[in-house]
Design a binder for this molecule. Structure first.
Ligand SMILES: Nc1ncnc2c1ncn2[C@@H]1O[C@H](COP(=O)(O)OP(=O)(O)OP(=O)(O)O)[C@@H](O)[C@H]1O
Ligand SMILES: [Mg+2]
Length: 254
């Protein structure tokens, strides 16, 4: 049997900040259409790892492959244009612009090169269509004209996801989309993420284990910059090493 080429793959990926090795020889595969969560305690290197995937940081060693092609040295905007969209751990929107304008700017950033042969009116229509579809998919169609900074925190986080969707990505990389949310907001976001997991390859960093178990099919556990274990949900849930190193520690939090 031939294994299909993974959507994303890392080989012995490392990142050192001076003497601190934040990501230490991590080799991982993300299959097309997989919902894959990366978990681990604070400071484990999760955000650093995804920053290496998306070109926001340059690796100290190892490789990142997208559909089999080496993207290790590409800059963030080049990685984004290949179809790897990401959101950030901290909210990152234009608060004085409407939801629609936020999404339109996001769509424009990705589509700019592919549309340079279109007439301005056609490209405007194209970008607007992407922005509208993204708002719809993120459950914000009714908020299209609303100034982003005046919305609730939960809706602002939803908007960030809409902005990623507006770039028409193949892979979604989301860094703690539930951070700081209340119970109702979290439930809405989990429903949205479950829906997105059916449509995209999803790489999710999240501390909320109920959410992780509801959304992800595959879990990878990072501790101290290294990959402790990676596998199907049930395998990780049952893993003694994971329980000792991570799940056991914060058991009261779940
Ligand atoms: N730009 C940087 N310069 C120096 N050290 C950094 C930098 N970014 C991260 N680190 C360090 O690298 C380690 C891993 O950090 P990282 O943010 O990747 O962890 P994390 O798993 O995402 O944690 P959290 O769950 O708290 O978000 C930490 O010790 C952090 O202090
Ligand atoms: Mg982080």
């Amino acid at each position: 049997m031939t294994e299909s080429v993974p959507a994303l793959e890392t080989r012995a990926l490392s990142k050192a900040f001076g003497g601190l090795v934040a990501v230490n020889g991590v080799s991982l595969s993300f299959r097309e259409h997989e919902a894959h969560a990366i978990i681990g305690p604070n400071g484990a290197g999760k955000s650093t790892f995804v920053n290496l995937l998306t070109g926001h940081l340059t690796a100290s060693g190892g490789q990142v492959l997208y559909r089999g092609g080496d993207i290790t040295r590409l800059a963030a905007h080049q990685v984004a244009r290949l179809g790897i969209g990401r959101s950030y751990q901290k909210t990152n929107i234009f608060p004085t612009l409407s939801c629609f304008e936020n999404c339109r700017l996001a769509a424009q950033s990705r589509l700019a090169t592919s549309m340079r042969f279109l007439r301005p009116a056609s490209s405007y229509r194209e970008v607007s269509a992407h922005a509208g579809a993204a708002l719809e998919l993120a459950g914000l169609a009714a908020r299209s004209g609303r100034i982003a900074g005046t919305m609730s925190y939960g809706e602002q986080r939803q908007l960030e996801i809409a902005m990623v969707l507006a770039t028409a990505p193949a892979v979604l990389v989301l860094d703690e989309p539930l951070a700081g949310m209340g119970k109702d907001e979290s439930e809405r976001m989990v429903a949205l993420l479950k829906d997105l997991a059916r449509r995209y390859t999803l790489i999710l960093i999240e501390h909320d284990m109920d959410a992780v178990f509801a959304i992800a099919e595959v879990l990878s556990v990072m501790v101290n910059g290294t990959l402790l274990e990676s596998g199907p949900l049930e395998q990780i849930r049952a893993s003694k090493a994971v329980q000792d190193a991570y799940l056991g520690d914060g058991a009261e939090a779940y």
